[in-house]
Design a protein around this ligand. Structure first.
Ligand SMILES: NC(=O)c1ccc[n+]([C@@H]2O[C@H](COP(=O)([O-])OP(=O)(O)OC[C@H]3O[C@@H](n4cnc5c(N)ncnc54)[C@H](O)[C@@H]3O)[C@@H](O)[C@H]2O)c1
Length: 445
């Protein structure tokens, strides 16, 4: 929304959220204090805010005044009832639709921006048309393909914009209205219009394909470790095949983030609900492989440290699910930490952008043990050198660029010996570290 406001100064954009603290942070006088860390975003917000970009908690007023409403609420995996642990929980979407229906006094275009199961527009349409005040609604699907960490660049130069709508003349008019907005900065050749169901399903499919590539290369990484092949070399060799391409072939401790796992589980659930069990099993394996990759990283740390980490200090570099974001949802670090705490390790964590309270709350959310126990086993440091001091091993969980630039001699000198490094992202210079004296372990090497 901030990028739309920046690129379309004649359009008034109002972002509303029920969460008052979040809105307050978005309105912080210093745009550097906005609640999401995303390179370039604070500048975009600083430029448009209070010009044609507003942040507010007055949801009803914003609905009343809007001609077009983007529903961008969260769609987490259900934690209760039918489809628990798999289906998308659509209660926030439904609440939004009901509120829009209740408040609206003029015709509106309602845009699904959240990632949704295929055919959700049908449910939204039914709610809007049966509980509204007789006003006309058009529903569009406009899934968001930005990636956290590169969100602003992705929005400014998208590979494509996808807009799904109803084939009726009113539906086509609504699609055109949204095409016009994006046309302010996106070339028309990159704006794709489809029917609603193709658009909804394309977003889930895109995430499933991307995650599948990560799980595929991670599956090969384990085979590399057994055979003497090097996964970086294999990835390069296959990635240069133009039919395969080089992106999303980086072996790692496993993918995280708020989207991949939730969206694949959602796809699996949809397939199951249509009785397509082979389709469901096929995609579920992507998640199973990812869970295995996280577990095997923790297991390797334990087995390498002479089968016990009890009472040993292990330093974590990185907690975010990837670099250039402060988002930790589903981060591999959480699960690796949980396994190591079960083995009675004490962890010292440093992440350039993630706070202590976030790290502890991520661990507490798993409910594996009392919060007091997490607090006593985990310390969060402000500085990487302090985090690594006296550690038996360092585990790299996020590929932050700054990790490469540290004084690794200094870190080595302050560690217990032998000093181990487990590079869960293959970002460090293993050869150099070995020369310093570290015992270096990467993924698939
Ligand atoms: N995070 C990503 O990288 C990304 C990328 C593409 C698509 N998506 C999709 O976008 C959607 C949102 O993701 P997110 O990461 O921004 O989630 P989020 O949980 O960070 O934000 C959702 C916000 O919606 C607010 N909210 C919930 N119900 C509301 C209501 N009735 N009225 C007003 N506000 C309400 C919540 O308070 C919260 O602040 C999801 O469907 C996700 O799959 C996310």
């Amino acid at each position: 929304m901030a990028v739309i406001a920046q690129k379309c100064p004649e359009i008034q954009v109002t972002v509303v959220d029920l969460n008052e603290a979040r809105i307050q942070a978005w309105n912080d006088e210093d745009a550097k204090n906005i609640p999401i860390y995303e390179p370039g975003l604070s500048d975009v917000v600083a430029e448009a805010r209070n010009r044609n970009l507003f942040f507010s908690t007055d949801v009803e007023k914003a609905i009343d005044e809007a001609e077009m409403i983007f529903i961008s609420v969260n769609t987490p995996t259900k934690t209760y009832g039918a489809g628990k642990g798999m289906a998308a929980d659509l209660k926030f979407i439904e609440l939004c639709a009901r509120q829009i229906a209740k408040v609206s006094k003029s015709d509106k275009i309602v845009v699904e921006k959240s990632t949704l199961p295929v055919r959700t527009a049908e449910a939204i349409k039914s709610i809007l048309n049966n509980t509204g005040n007789g006003v006309n609604f058009q529903i569009l699907s406009n899934p968001e393909f930005l990636a956290e960490g590169t969100a602003v660049q992705d929005l400014l130069n998208p590979d494509r914009i996808l807009i799904g709508g109803d084939p009726s003349p009113e539906g086509k008019e609504a699609v055109e209205a949204l095409v016009e907005i994006y046309s302010n900065w996106v070339d028309s050749s990159k704006i794709l219009t489809t029917n609603l169901w193709s658009s909804e399903l394309s977003k889930l499919t895109a995430n499933a394909f991307l995650a599948q590539r990560v799980s595929s290369v991670n599956a090969i990484s384990e085979l590399c470790e057994k055979t003497g092949a090097d996964v970086n070399e294999v990835a390069k060799a296959i990635g240069m095949d133009s039919r395969i391409g080089s992106k999303f072939l980086k072996a790692s401790v496993g993918f995280g983030g708020s989207c991949f796992q939730k969206d694949i589980l959602n796809l699996v659930y949809i397939a199951k609900s249509y009785g397509l069990h082979e389709v469901a099993d096929y995609w579920e394996q992507v998640i199973i492989m990812n869970d295995h990759q996280k577990k095997r990283f923790a297991d390797k740390i334990v087995s390498t440290l002479y089968n016990t980490v009890s009472g040993k200090k292990i330093a974590f570099l990185g907690w975010a699910f990837k670099k250039d974001t402060n988002d930790t949802r589903e981060s591999a670090a959480i699960y690796v930490a949980d396994d190591l705490i079960n083995e009675q390790a004490s962890l010292s964590v440093f992440d350039p952008k993630v706070s202590e309270s976030q790290i502890l709350s991520d661990l507490n959310y798993l409910n594996s043990r009392a919060a007091s126990e997490n607090r006593s086993q985990v310390s969060v440091l402000e500085n990487p050198y302090d985090a690594c001091k006296e550690a038996h091993a360092i585990a790299v969980l996020t590929e932050w660029d700054e990790f490469k630039t540290y004084d690794w001699e200094k870190i080595y000198n302050q560690m217990q010996k032998p000093a181990f490094v487990f590079d869960g992202r293959n970002v460090l210079d293993g050869k150099k570290l070995t020369e310093i004296g570290f015992i270096y372990n990467g993924i698939g090497l």
